[in-house]
Design a protein around this ligand. Structure first.
Ligand code: GLN
Length: 549
């Protein structure tokens, strides 16, 4: 029988529930327990696949092709585990299941209601992973903030489970904010008291209160929170702002968050946390020996969360190389032939990001051309790979009108075209080529030397693909397909033969990058960026040397 931890949030959103859940999971895992984490989201979309990144940040994709909340990325990066469709549940999915069952006649004669039918379905899914026998602890993060209308059925399900399961099988961790009022020079506990009160009114009493705070909690404050929220003083946990999310597990360890849960669970046979690799990673991250600047070209640049997994993959790969990776945003809409050198001149590497639609596409193509011609390390992901193919077709093969049919359905040279199996699909939700697919890599290529193997599996999320009718022409001119799907022959990796590092991938390598297993392509991209930076400095010093002589 697994133990269940529920993580709720109060006062405001964006407190970092996902990071707290992932940190707690990491600590329990480091103590020898088998842990998984799931997220329950209160919105009515069946999954976040159809959401604009502006609304909800990046859409994370699992091995089994589920389009999920970006917090699942944190769970995988922290715990070095794979999650699945079962790890992300939305109100939409719950209702869809219940309504389908109703149509099948599963509730014949009964009025179908939020309680018990919706709450029963929520509970079934909350318990599901714990019943597989694969996990000792299942952490469930409840999206939204306590008090929201939308999250009521989820909190009710937690209440019922707290009542149904033995006391030592559940724990509720409530994350709140302790704001600092500058004028009063004081941390304020009242919003926390109110949010715990609200949770209690819904019938759930927290076992632990984790307090997000800019300033240290004094013992007096901890006592006050404990007293008025009715928890033990040691169950009031300080979660101070951290310089990086990867420090949070250690901060939670110092506050004994894991031990409090283990005590509630009556688990006594645990070991000291094994965090050697994690700490080595943090040392390298905190004390880099060099620095590179990478330009990230995309269209959702104002939003930190839109390219979350890419930014985190850079952190993992940077640490591995003991290099600080500064990622600068480059708006592709503003790149022209005239200003490209000025805009990209200071970069050590260029990453063209995944995306959809035509906005900013021409600027991306100009940027790719610059990287190709100047020997600037280039890394294209999904749409970025497609842009690289279009640029090559136009400027090397002389196919002036080359394009993707996504942006120009009437192009005479559709070097990127809709996959055959996509042509008949009309519905948008969950219908892309999603999840893990095999890729066979040709020995002797850059991709092969990076992965060190000819057989890999990477995750996908796209509808368009490289049009194999053009492949011979590309390969004869120096751009080769170094990786292909063995069954369908779809091109997965393209690379330039005569370039220090020019690689485009149809899949998303960032999705499998974790602290303990950084994505190989990112690691080597940073190596190439470092080499480029050194070459640039050498060239500069020889010019200034020449000028002074
Ligand atoms: N829009 C492109 C496609 O669907 C690329 C998708 C992506 O970058 N994830 O093929």
């Amino acid at each position: 029988m697994a133990k269940y931890i529920f993580v709720t949030g109060g006062v405001t959103s964006s407190l970092g529930k996902g990071i707290i859940a992932a940190s707690l999971g990491k600590l329990l895992q480091a103590r020898g327990l088998r842990v998984t984490i799931q997220k329950f989201d209160p919105y009515i979309n069946v999954d976040p696949g159809t959401l604009n990144p502006y609304e909800h940040g990046e859409c994370y994709v699992t091995e089994d092709g589920a389009e999920t909340d970006l917090d699942l990325g944190h769970y995988e990066r922290f715990l070095n585990i794979y999650t699945s469709q079962a790890n992300n549940v939305t109100t939409g999915r719950i209702y869809q299941t219940v309504i389908n069952k109703e149509r099948e006649g599963a509730y014949l004669g009964k009025t179908v209601q939020v309680v018990p039918h919706i709450t029963d379905e929520i509970k079934r899914r909350m318990l599901e992973l714990g019943q597989t026998g694969n996990f000792d602890v299942v952490i469930t993060e409840i999206g939204g903030t306590v008090g929201d209308i939308e999250s009521l059925p989820f909190v009710e399900a937690v209440r019922q489970l707290q009542w149904e399961l033995p006391d030592e099988d559940t724990a509720v961790v409530h994350l709140t904010l302790i704001p600092y009022l500058k004028a009063a020079k004081e941390l304020k506990t009242k919003p926390t008291q109110h949010s715990v009160k609200m949770l209690s009114e819904e019938g759930v009493h927290p076992d632990v209160i984790v307090c997000r705070t800019e300033r240290p909690l004094t013992p007096d404050l901890r006592r006050k929170i404990a007293l008025f929220c009715n928890v033990k003083q040691e169950a009031v946990i300080e979660a101070a702002d951290a310089p990086t999310i990867y420090e949070v597990p250690l901060a939670m360890m110092r506050e004994k968050l894991d031990l409090i849960c283990l005590k509630k669970f009556n688990i006594n046979d645990y070991k000291e946390p094994e965090l050697t690799k994690w700490k080595e990673f943090l040392d390298k991250l905190n004390y880099p020996k060099s620095k590179v600047t990478i330009g990230l070209i995309g269209k959702y640049l104002e939003l930190q969360d839109a390219y979350k997994s890419i930014l985190e993959a850079f952190i993992h790969a940077g640490a591995m190389n003991e290099t600080q990776v500064q990622v600068v945003n480059v708006h592709s809409e503003f790149i022209t032939d005239d200003n490209v050198a000025e805009k990209l001149g200071s970069l050590d590497g260029l990453l063209v990001a995944p995306g959809f639609g035509h906005r900013g596409v021409e600027g991306k193509i100009i940027a790719v051309k610059y990287a190709r011609e100047k020997g600037l390390p280039f890394f294209g992901i999904c749409l970025g790979m497609q842009m690289a193919a279009i640029e090559f077709a136009r400027n090397v093969l002389g196919l002036e009108n080359a394009h993707s049919t996504e942006m120009n359905p009437d192009t005479t040279d559709p070097v990127i075209d809709l996959m055959d199996e996509q042509k008949k699909i009309k519905a948008k939700g969950g219908t892309m080529r999603l999840g893990s697919y095999a890729c066979e890599i040709t020995p002797g290529t850059l991709a092969y030397s990076i992965y060190g193997t000819g057989n890999i599996q990477e995750r996908h999320r796209h509808r368009w693909e490289f049009n194999n009718e053009y492949l011979d022409r590309f390969e004869n001119a120096g751009m080769i397909a170094s990786g292909k799907n063995p069954e369908s022959g779809l091109v997965e990796i393209i690379e330039l033969r005569d370039h220090p590092f020019f690689i485009g991938v149809q899949y998303h390598p960032e999705l499998k990058s974790t602290v303990e297993r950084p994505a190989p392509l990112f690691v080597r991209f940073i190596v190439a960026a470092k080499e480029y930076d050194e070459k640039k400095s050498l060239a500069k010093s020889s010019i200034s040397g020449a000028l002074t002589h």
